[in-house]
Design a protein around this ligand. Structure first.
Ligand code: AP5
Ligand code: MG
Length: 214
Protein backbone atom coordinates (compact mmCIF):
# COMPACT_ATOMS: atom_id res chain seq x y z
CA UNK A 1 0.00 0.00 0.00
CA UNK A 2 1.65 3.22 -1.17
CA UNK A 3 0.24 6.28 0.55
CA UNK A 4 0.97 10.01 0.35
CA UNK A 5 -0.09 12.46 3.06
CA UNK A 6 -1.03 15.91 1.78
CA UNK A 7 -2.02 18.93 3.84
CA UNK A 8 -0.86 22.26 5.20
CA UNK A 9 1.95 22.53 7.75
CA UNK A 10 0.49 21.42 11.06
CA UNK A 11 -2.54 19.72 9.51
CA UNK A 12 -1.61 16.47 11.25
CA UNK A 13 0.20 14.62 8.44
CA UNK A 14 2.92 13.34 10.75
CA UNK A 15 0.49 12.39 13.53
CA UNK A 16 -1.67 10.35 11.16
CA UNK A 17 1.23 8.93 9.12
CA UNK A 18 2.70 7.41 12.26
CA UNK A 19 -0.63 5.78 13.15
CA UNK A 20 -1.05 4.41 9.62
CA UNK A 21 2.52 3.05 9.63
CA UNK A 22 1.92 1.28 12.96
CA UNK A 23 -1.47 -0.13 11.90
CA UNK A 24 -0.31 -1.40 8.51
CA UNK A 25 3.29 -2.35 9.37
CA UNK A 26 4.79 -0.10 6.70
CA UNK A 27 7.51 2.54 7.10
CA UNK A 28 6.67 6.20 7.80
CA UNK A 29 8.93 8.28 5.56
CA UNK A 30 8.99 11.99 6.41
CA UNK A 31 11.32 14.25 4.43
CA UNK A 32 11.14 16.84 7.22
CA UNK A 33 12.26 14.19 9.76
CA UNK A 34 15.07 13.07 7.42
CA UNK A 35 16.34 16.65 7.09
CA UNK A 36 16.11 17.23 10.85
CA UNK A 37 17.97 13.94 11.55
CA UNK A 38 20.69 15.02 9.10
CA UNK A 39 20.97 18.38 10.79
CA UNK A 40 21.36 16.72 14.18
CA UNK A 41 24.18 14.60 12.77
CA UNK A 42 25.75 17.70 11.18
CA UNK A 43 25.76 16.32 7.63
CA UNK A 44 26.16 18.60 4.61
CA UNK A 45 22.58 17.81 3.55
CA UNK A 46 21.28 18.78 7.00
CA UNK A 47 23.18 22.08 7.06
CA UNK A 48 22.00 22.96 3.53
CA UNK A 49 18.39 22.05 4.34
CA UNK A 50 18.41 24.15 7.52
CA UNK A 51 18.99 27.40 5.60
CA UNK A 52 15.68 26.85 3.78
CA UNK A 53 13.72 25.31 6.65
CA UNK A 54 14.47 28.17 9.06
CA UNK A 55 12.90 30.62 6.60
CA UNK A 56 9.90 28.39 5.95
CA UNK A 57 11.01 27.88 2.33
CA UNK A 58 11.17 24.53 0.55
CA UNK A 59 14.46 22.67 0.26
CA UNK A 60 15.32 22.53 -3.48
CA UNK A 61 13.88 19.58 -5.42
CA UNK A 62 17.37 18.36 -6.43
CA UNK A 63 18.22 17.75 -2.75
CA UNK A 64 14.91 16.01 -2.11
CA UNK A 65 13.78 13.77 -4.98
CA UNK A 66 16.75 11.34 -5.18
CA UNK A 67 16.70 11.00 -1.41
CA UNK A 68 13.09 9.79 -1.44
CA UNK A 69 13.45 7.57 -4.51
CA UNK A 70 16.43 5.86 -2.80
CA UNK A 71 14.52 5.48 0.45
CA UNK A 72 11.45 3.84 -1.13
CA UNK A 73 13.74 1.38 -2.89
CA UNK A 74 14.92 -0.12 0.42
CA UNK A 75 13.76 -3.60 1.43
CA UNK A 76 11.48 -2.42 4.26
CA UNK A 77 9.43 -0.44 1.71
CA UNK A 78 8.71 -3.45 -0.49
CA UNK A 79 5.13 -3.78 0.83
CA UNK A 80 4.44 -0.08 0.75
CA UNK A 81 5.04 3.06 2.80
CA UNK A 82 3.45 6.26 3.93
CA UNK A 83 5.13 9.38 2.57
CA UNK A 84 4.75 12.45 4.80
CA UNK A 85 5.81 15.84 3.42
CA UNK A 86 6.76 14.54 -0.02
CA UNK A 87 5.89 15.35 -2.75
CA UNK A 88 5.49 19.06 -2.10
CA UNK A 89 5.86 20.48 -5.61
CA UNK A 90 4.68 19.38 -9.05
CA UNK A 91 8.28 18.49 -10.12
CA UNK A 92 8.59 16.28 -7.00
CA UNK A 93 5.28 14.59 -7.82
CA UNK A 94 6.45 14.01 -11.39
CA UNK A 95 9.76 12.56 -10.15
CA UNK A 96 7.84 10.15 -7.91
CA UNK A 97 5.29 9.21 -10.58
CA UNK A 98 8.10 8.51 -13.06
CA UNK A 99 10.25 6.52 -10.62
CA UNK A 100 7.25 4.34 -9.73
CA UNK A 101 6.10 3.97 -13.35
CA UNK A 102 9.57 2.64 -14.25
CA UNK A 103 8.76 -0.31 -11.92
CA UNK A 104 5.15 -0.63 -13.08
CA UNK A 105 3.87 0.90 -9.84
CA UNK A 106 1.78 3.90 -8.80
CA UNK A 107 0.58 5.64 -5.64
CA UNK A 108 -2.59 4.00 -4.25
CA UNK A 109 -3.88 6.74 -1.94
CA UNK A 110 -3.17 10.47 -1.63
CA UNK A 111 -4.84 11.58 1.60
CA UNK A 112 -5.42 15.30 2.03
CA UNK A 113 -5.74 16.23 5.71
CA UNK A 114 -7.82 19.37 5.38
CA UNK A 115 -7.42 22.07 8.07
CA UNK A 116 -8.13 25.78 7.49
CA UNK A 117 -5.28 28.25 7.99
CA UNK A 118 -6.90 29.83 11.06
CA UNK A 119 -6.57 26.55 13.04
CA UNK A 120 -2.94 26.04 12.08
CA UNK A 121 -1.18 28.71 14.17
CA UNK A 122 -2.64 27.31 17.42
CA UNK A 123 -1.57 23.79 16.46
CA UNK A 124 1.98 24.88 15.76
CA UNK A 125 2.59 26.98 18.87
CA UNK A 126 1.51 24.06 21.08
CA UNK A 127 3.41 21.37 19.21
CA UNK A 128 6.41 19.74 20.88
CA UNK A 129 8.81 17.40 19.08
CA UNK A 130 11.15 14.82 20.59
CA UNK A 131 14.88 15.52 20.07
CA UNK A 132 15.52 11.77 20.13
CA UNK A 133 12.97 9.97 17.95
CA UNK A 134 11.07 12.89 16.35
CA UNK A 135 7.70 11.89 17.85
CA UNK A 136 5.22 14.77 17.86
CA UNK A 137 2.95 15.88 20.70
CA UNK A 138 0.74 18.85 21.52
CA UNK A 139 0.62 20.49 24.96
CA UNK A 140 -3.19 20.58 24.82
CA UNK A 141 -4.39 18.10 22.16
CA UNK A 142 -1.81 15.28 22.46
CA UNK A 143 0.06 15.66 25.78
CA UNK A 144 2.81 13.37 27.01
CA UNK A 145 2.40 11.37 30.23
CA UNK A 146 5.26 13.33 31.86
CA UNK A 147 5.51 16.98 30.83
CA UNK A 148 8.44 17.70 28.51
CA UNK A 149 9.48 14.03 28.18
CA UNK A 150 8.84 11.78 25.15
CA UNK A 151 6.49 8.84 25.90
CA UNK A 152 8.23 6.71 23.28
CA UNK A 153 11.94 7.17 24.07
CA UNK A 154 12.23 9.27 27.25
CA UNK A 155 14.19 12.11 25.61
CA UNK A 156 13.48 15.83 25.91
CA UNK A 157 10.79 17.68 23.92
CA UNK A 158 11.42 20.98 22.10
CA UNK A 159 9.53 23.61 20.11
CA UNK A 160 10.74 23.31 16.50
CA UNK A 161 12.75 26.33 15.22
CA UNK A 162 10.37 26.72 12.28
CA UNK A 163 7.24 26.80 14.48
CA UNK A 164 7.66 30.51 15.31
CA UNK A 165 4.49 32.36 14.17
CA UNK A 166 6.27 34.43 11.45
CA UNK A 167 7.88 31.31 9.95
CA UNK A 168 4.58 29.42 10.12
CA UNK A 169 2.93 32.23 8.12
CA UNK A 170 5.54 31.83 5.38
CA UNK A 171 5.21 28.02 5.41
CA UNK A 172 1.45 28.46 4.88
CA UNK A 173 2.07 30.85 1.97
CA UNK A 174 4.54 28.40 0.39
CA UNK A 175 2.05 25.56 0.94
CA UNK A 176 -0.74 27.37 -0.94
CA UNK A 177 1.56 28.36 -3.81
CA UNK A 178 3.58 25.20 -4.34
CA UNK A 179 1.93 22.22 -2.63
CA UNK A 180 -1.82 22.78 -2.89
CA UNK A 181 -1.72 22.23 -6.69
CA UNK A 182 -0.96 18.57 -5.88
CA UNK A 183 -4.58 18.13 -4.81
CA UNK A 184 -5.62 18.58 -8.44
CA UNK A 185 -2.65 16.47 -9.61
CA UNK A 186 -3.80 13.46 -7.57
CA UNK A 187 -7.49 14.12 -8.21
CA UNK A 188 -6.68 13.75 -11.91
CA UNK A 189 -5.01 10.41 -11.12
CA UNK A 190 -8.14 9.31 -9.19
CA UNK A 191 -6.33 8.60 -5.92
CA UNK A 192 -7.20 11.74 -3.93
CA UNK A 193 -9.18 11.36 -0.70
CA UNK A 194 -9.95 14.22 1.69
CA UNK A 195 -10.40 13.94 5.46
CA UNK A 196 -11.62 16.66 7.81
CA UNK A 197 -8.46 17.32 9.85
CA UNK A 198 -10.22 19.61 12.34
CA UNK A 199 -11.74 16.59 14.10
CA UNK A 200 -9.94 15.02 17.03
CA UNK A 201 -6.93 12.85 16.27
CA UNK A 202 -8.69 9.49 16.73
CA UNK A 203 -11.68 10.49 14.59
CA UNK A 204 -9.38 11.62 11.76
CA UNK A 205 -7.66 8.24 11.98
CA UNK A 206 -11.01 6.38 11.88
CA UNK A 207 -11.86 8.24 8.67
CA UNK A 208 -8.47 7.37 7.18
CA UNK A 209 -8.88 3.69 8.06
CA UNK A 210 -12.25 3.81 6.29
CA UNK A 211 -10.55 5.14 3.17
CA UNK A 212 -7.80 2.53 3.36
CA UNK A 213 -10.37 -0.25 3.84
CA UNK A 214 -9.41 -1.39 7.32
P1 AP5 B 1 7.79 19.09 7.59
O1 AP5 B 1 8.51 18.54 8.74
O2 AP5 B 1 7.17 18.19 6.61
O3 AP5 B 1 6.73 20.16 8.11
P2 AP5 B 1 5.29 20.60 7.57
O4 AP5 B 1 4.74 20.12 6.31
O5 AP5 B 1 5.36 22.07 7.69
O6 AP5 B 1 4.36 19.90 8.50
P3 AP5 B 1 4.49 19.72 9.99
O7 AP5 B 1 5.41 18.62 10.35
O8 AP5 B 1 4.78 21.08 10.60
O9 AP5 B 1 2.97 19.37 10.36
P4 AP5 B 1 2.19 17.98 10.26
O10 AP5 B 1 1.15 18.10 9.20
O11 AP5 B 1 3.12 16.83 10.21
O12 AP5 B 1 1.44 18.06 11.65
P5 AP5 B 1 1.67 17.27 13.01
O13 AP5 B 1 1.19 15.87 12.86
O14 AP5 B 1 3.04 17.49 13.56
O15 AP5 B 1 8.77 20.07 6.78
C1 AP5 B 1 9.55 21.06 7.45
C2 AP5 B 1 10.39 21.79 6.43
O16 AP5 B 1 11.28 20.86 5.78
C3 AP5 B 1 9.62 22.46 5.28
O17 AP5 B 1 9.15 23.74 5.64
C4 AP5 B 1 10.71 22.48 4.20
O18 AP5 B 1 11.63 23.54 4.41
C5 AP5 B 1 11.45 21.16 4.42
N1 AP5 B 1 10.89 20.05 3.60
C6 AP5 B 1 10.33 18.90 4.05
N2 AP5 B 1 9.93 18.13 3.03
C7 AP5 B 1 10.24 18.80 1.89
C8 AP5 B 1 10.07 18.53 0.52
N3 AP5 B 1 9.46 17.40 0.08
N4 AP5 B 1 10.51 19.45 -0.38
C9 AP5 B 1 11.11 20.58 0.03
N5 AP5 B 1 11.29 20.91 1.32
C10 AP5 B 1 10.87 20.02 2.25
O19 AP5 B 1 0.61 18.05 13.91
C11 AP5 B 1 0.81 19.41 14.27
C12 AP5 B 1 0.41 19.62 15.75
O20 AP5 B 1 -0.99 19.49 15.87
C13 AP5 B 1 1.02 18.58 16.70
O21 AP5 B 1 1.31 19.20 17.90
C14 AP5 B 1 -0.10 17.53 16.86
O22 AP5 B 1 -0.03 16.88 18.10
C15 AP5 B 1 -1.34 18.39 16.73
N6 AP5 B 1 -2.45 17.71 16.07
C16 AP5 B 1 -2.38 16.83 15.02
N7 AP5 B 1 -3.61 16.42 14.66
C17 AP5 B 1 -4.48 17.08 15.47
C18 AP5 B 1 -5.90 17.09 15.58
N8 AP5 B 1 -6.67 16.33 14.78
N9 AP5 B 1 -6.45 17.88 16.53
C19 AP5 B 1 -5.68 18.64 17.35
N10 AP5 B 1 -4.33 18.66 17.30
C20 AP5 B 1 -3.73 17.89 16.37
MG1 MG C 1 5.22 16.62 10.19
Amino acid sequence: MKIIMLGAPGAGKGTQAKKIADAFGIPHISTGDIFRANLKEGTELGLKAKTYMDKGELVPDELTCDLVVDRISKDDAANGYVLDGFPRTIPQADALTNALAARGEAIDFAIDVDVPDENIIKRMSGRRACVGCGATYHIEFAPTKVEGICDACGKELILRDDDKPETVANRLRVYHEQTQPLIEYYTNREVLYTVDGTQDIEKVFEDIKGILGK
